[in-house]
Design a protein around this ligand. Structure first.
Ligand SMILES: Cc1cc2nc3c(=O)[nH]c(=O)nc-3n(C[C@H](O)[C@H](O)[C@H](O)COP(=O)(O)OP(=O)(O)OC[C@H]3O[C@@H](n4cnc5c(N)ncnc54)[C@H](O)[C@@H]3O)c2cc1C
Ligand code: FES
Ligand code: FES
Length: 496
């Protein structure tokens, strides 16, 4: 059984298909059709709902895509849908919540199909800020929500205006307390429907035991990637084991030995810390999916998917990260670079799970540059991703890690390009010469995102751009509204 709150109602479920999305459950099983289905693939945000999670007694709310998140992962959480937003009745605002009232006043809705999703993204922002956090934060909060008819300016005005009204707070304390008391009796929350099963182990021993018993079972974390197999390819898995509540896989630790990030930690929970150490990766993370995707998606899911175009792999490989794999036989740690063998083939054994990632401490003399080429700034997968990590003395390159996504069947280092950089002066000519080696390192494919020729050319240009960004003296003209804080020794970069 799994237990959670739907708005103010305690829900207990036992017989539900493991691959059922929250969106389908809401609309078909509960008749709650306020949450809309636009794309069923995480791209439009029409299905946005809020998830509340108990963090050491403090309930925190975030936006997610209901079309991607699985019902089984709701265990112990508070699901808030559009139906609950004005339910509490705010008479001073005509029974609308301030986010809804602001949308009306600013004319932020026309056909209205996107509006419930946008209201929920606004509500997440509202609940997490007591005053307007600024336009850049507002744009990020709405980056995963498409509107096809209103235009975004009235919506952004509404985001600002909702903070002008007196605060309106929800009071769900009694229901949240009831849920918390109920949960204690549940050992391994699960769902069963005919011959299909969903398991939600809470500790590592139960997780690896289940995986050893069912080596063909599919693992799932945030389901931002796996759900597409259910919603687009209509696959129906027999056994799903969710790692999303396995405590040792959640969170991060940082000390003098570096950083450990649990495989099931949603991006949103560690990227702030990560970007304090590596501020050059801020834009890469800000452009990974959308707020909704980053609130659910995990590093374990990205590397577990083994896609050649996932953004985290080139970054982690360039930073010499290691991956930890766990099973009933124990744990093993290998270089992430060696984890990928061939397209979607990795070193993961059928009884293993990815438990986390180790990053060494940042070298003092590290020069880092991250670039993502995609057709959209927000919510779009890479055509090419380049991460350059160099160590240097004052004038020469000592070590070079140049990792690419989108250039071959796996995330990989450009070894000949690296060789052309090592021991060379940190001058533009060095990078221009090294860029010529990229076509020796890779023979990329042409696909819907780009031709092979484009991929090679853009990679060459990105390497040269990396020089301008790091060693060159070009003033900034950012292509995004992020407030990127680079180390004082670095000149912020221009969009070349
Ligand atoms: C609209 C949209 C935009 C996106 N944009 C980007 C983007 O810009 N950049 C990018 O890199 N990605 C993007 N993605 C892809 C995806 O969100 C990420 O890859 C994310 O990190 C997947 O994490 P997850 O926890 O949701 O994985 P899941 O979907 O839960 O799992 C993905 C795969 O990993 C396996 N897996 C999960 N956890 C483990 C584990 N602990 N051990 C072993 N295997 C495991 C699963 O079995 C599955 O095969 C996007 C996806 C969508 C839908
Ligand atoms: S329906 Fe489009 S993001 Fe979910
Ligand atoms: S109001 Fe029509 S899609 Fe946004």
């Amino acid at each position: 059984m799994i237990q959670f709150l739907l708005n103010q109602d305690l829900i207990e479920l036992e017989a539900v298909a493991p691959s059922l999305s929250i969106l389908d459950w809401l609309r078909t099983n509960k008749g709650k059709t306020g949450t809309k289905e636009g794309c069923a693939s995480g791209d439009c945000g029409a299905c946005t709902v809020l998830i509340g999670e108990n963090k050491q007694g403090n309930w925190q709310y975030k936006s997610i895509n209901a079309c991607l998140m699985l019902v089984g992962n709701l265990h112990g959480k508070h699901l808030v849908t559009i139906e609950a937003v004005s339910q509490n009745a705010f008479p001073e605002f005509d029974d609308l919540h301030p986010v809804q009232k602001a949308m009306v006043e600013c004319h932020g809705s026309q056909c209205g199909f996107c509006t419930p999703g946008i209201i929920m993204s606004m509500l997440a922002l509202y609940l997490n800020h007591t005053s307007y956090p600024g336009k850049s934060t507002a744009i990020h909060a709405l980056g995963g929500n498409l509107c096809r008819c209103t235009g975004y300016n009235p919506i952004l005005k509404a985001v600002e205006k909702c903070f002008d009204y007196p605060r309106a707070n929800f009071n769900w304390q009694a229901e949240l307390t009831l849920l918390t008391t109920k949960l204690a009796e549940n050992a391994i929350p699960n769902l069963t429907n005919q011959n299909c099963h969903f398991y939600l182990p809470q500790n590592l021993a139960d997780l690896v035991k289940l995986k050893a018993q069912m080596p063909t079972a599919q693992l799932v974390a945030g389901a931002t990637d796996l759900s597409l197999a259910f919603t687009q390819q209509l696959k129906t898995p027999q056994q799903l084991i969710s790692v999303s509540q396995c405590q040792p896989l959640i969170g991060y630790q940082q000390n003098q030995d570096g950083m450990f990030i649990g495989a099931a930690t949603p991006y949103a929970e560690f990227i702030k810390q990560f970007c304090q150490i590596y501020p050059e990766s801020t834009e890469l993370f800000n452009r990974l999916g959308s707020t909704q995707i980053r609130n659910s998606g995990t590093l374990g899911g990205s590397i577990g998917n083994a896609s050649p175009i996932g953004d985290p792999a080139p970054l982690l490989i360039a930073l010499n990260a290691k991956i930890e794999l766990a099973s009933e036989r124990g744990k093993r740690v290998i270089a992430l670079e060696d984890y990928f063998i061939a397209y979607k083939t990795t070193q993961l054994k059928p009884d293993e799970v990815i438990s986390g990632f180790y990053l060494p401490p940042r070298p003092l003399n590290l020069t880092l540059a991250c670039h993502k080429i995609s057709k959209r700034i927000e919510d779009d997968i890479s055509t090419v991703c380049l991460v350059m990590a160099l160590t240097t003395d004052n004038q020469h390159i000592i070590t070079a890690n140049i990792a690419f996504g989108g250039m071959t069947a796996i995330p990989a280092r450009a070894k000949q390009t690296e060789a052309a950089l090592i021991k060379q002066p940190t001058e533009l000519a060095t990078f221009k010469a090294a860029a010529k080696q990229i076509s020796q390192d890779f023979s990329p494919l042409s696909d819907v995102r780009a031709s092979a020729e484009y991929r090679v050319k853009v990679s060459e240009n990105l390497l040269i751009r990396s020089w301008h960004q790091t060693f060159g003296q070009i003033e900034i003209q950012k292509n995004h509204s992020d407030n990127i804080q680079l180390p004082a020794t670095r000149v912020q970069h221009a969009a070349l």
